[in-house]
Design a protein around this ligand. Structure first.
Ligand code: HEM
Length: 178
């Protein structure tokens, strides 16, 4: 997993819970890499999972809620770090419909070793987007947070919810204008 995910996670932990919490969860999780993450590095996915789990224990907050909050934070950081992805972009549903073929496709050019999920556009209407998420990392809660961060960035007014879908390894998100 790219280092930017780790550095942004630890920055969020520091901002919300304090610098001591960062030290605590690094102590608890004992990442094999040593925990001195840099944005340009690449680290095992298991290390971010262990850090999130450690934070869940320390803060008595469920992992899914932490991943959603992290996703929202991460999206706002992406807006700052990658302004060119937002040029001429005014609508959350249009942006999210292009996550696979436009945004993550560009991310892969920047970082050829990025481990990205797959997003399938099932339906894209002006009022409604149905997006299936698929990844061996099962970061659907992070995906939900990123979607909510995206909706907030473009001014809100869109409900995000999940629907059951077969095959079970996909997670379906339905985004509807309210
Ligand atoms: C400008 C916007 C975005 C940029 C620059 C971006 C970039 C990235 C990068 C660099 C990673 C890490 C890849 C790795 O660790 O190897 C990542 C992972 C991920 N991205 Fe994006 N992303 C953006 C928007 C989004 C949005 C809006 C969503 C949700 C719809 C999303 C869903 C995810 C998920 C869930 C992962 C974790 C990996 C996985 O689930 O397998 N991203 N993205």
């Amino acid at each position: 997993m790219k280092g930017v995910v780790f550095t942004e996670f630890l920055e969020m932990v520091e901002a919300r819970f304090g610098a001591d919490r960062v030290d605590d969860i690094l102590d608890d999780a004992q990442p094999a890499s040593g925990g001195a993450y840099t944005a340009v590095g690449t680290y095992p996915h298991g290390e971010i999972v262990a850090l999130v789990q450690a934070l869940a224990v320390r803060t008595e907050t469920p992992v899914p809620a932490l991943l959603r909050a992290f996703g929202e934070h991460l999206f706002s950081r992406f807006v700052q770090a990658y302004p060119r992805f937002f040029v001429g972009m005014t609508d959350a549903l249009v942006f999210l419909a292009g996550i696979e073929d436009v945004i993550h496709a560009e991310v892969l050019k920047l970082y050829p070793d990025a481990e990205l999920p797959r997003f399938h556009v099932v339906l894209h209407e002006p009022q409604r987007l149905v997006l299936d998420y698929e990844s061996s990392r099962h970061f659907e809660d992070l995906a939900e947070g990123l979607m909510r961060g995206c909706v907030a960035h473009f001014g809100g007014g869109i409900q995000v919810h999940r629907e059951a879908v077969a095959p079970a390894h996909r997670v379906r998100f339905v985004l509807e204008r309210s």
